[in-house]
Design a protein around this ligand. Structure first.
Ligand SMILES: O=C(O)CCC(=O)C(=O)O
Ligand SMILES: [Fe+2]
Length: 223
């Protein structure tokens, strides 16, 4: 028997929600959408990151790229696994993000051409200090996205994403509960943000739409 349409992630993202997302990006530089992703797809992705964590298949995340990459538990405490299209859930998620990429390109002419994403698992006690995801002029990461995967996030769970003002990273604009299905989307070089200390295992997929930027004649590598 075929599943009903509402349970099929390939029926696509909601058109009205996509329009709101683009409008919020233009007006504020960031967007938060609750229940943005199908619960069944979030459950499948949550099961996958949970299994990866149980099998110690996640790697400690660092800061800096290439040669400058370092483990800094005082800055970020998550463990990650880059998406590689290994499962149907990953392929469904990536298809929806491709739809989002098309929508953003059509509305904002950003020339986004690639998407990279990793599962993230924050164990209790971990956090990610305030940062930008890319720096102006070096901005091959243009739009950041985070989809949360833990269902029924407890009210005392902590682990919110704090969003700060563009030129004042002490002025908090929003606090986002990392509840399954919520999507956060923002300009990578403009929106300082942090993960506040979590009290429960916290799971997500962080992703970046990229534009190709060549640095000194060298094509900027992913990651
Ligand atoms: O999980 C989050 O809420 C944000 C993660 C983040 O800022 C990052 O991975 O760069
Ligand atoms: Fe970030």
């Amino acid at each position: 028997m075929l599943a009903p349409d509402s349970a099929n992630p390939l029926s696509g993202l909601d058109g009205t929600a996509l329009t709101t997302l683009v409008d919020r990006l233009v007006d504020h530089g960031w967007f938060v959408g609750e229940r943005f992703f199908d619960p069944a797809l979030c459950r499948a992705l949550h099961a996958e990151v949970h299994t990866l964590a149980e099998h110690s298949a996640l790697q400690a995340a660092g800061v800096g790229r290439g040669e400058a990459h370092r483990l800094r538990r005082d800055i970020r405490g998550d463990a990650i696994h880059w998406l590689n299209r290994d499962s149907q859930a990953q392929r469904d998620y990536l298809a929806l993000m491709a739809q989002l990429q098309g929508q953003i390109n059509q509305a904002l002419y950003l020339g986004l051409f690639e998407f990279e994403a990793h599962f993230a698992h924050y164990p209790p006690g971990s956090f990610y200090r305030t940062h930008l995801d890319s720096f102006q002029g070096r901005a091959n990461r243009v739009i950041s996205t985070v989809l949360y995967l833990t269902p029924d996030w407890p009210s005392d769970g902590g682990g919110e994403m704090a969003i700060y003002a563009e030129h004042d990273d002490t002025r908090e604009l929003a606090r986002v509960r990392p509840e399954a299905g919520t999507l956060v989307c923002f300009f990578s070089d403009r929106v300082p943000h942090a993960v506040l200390p979590t009290r429960y295992p916290r799971t997500s997929i962080a992703g970046w739409f990229r534009r190709n930027a060549s640095l000194c004649g060298v094509i900027d590598p992913a990651r």
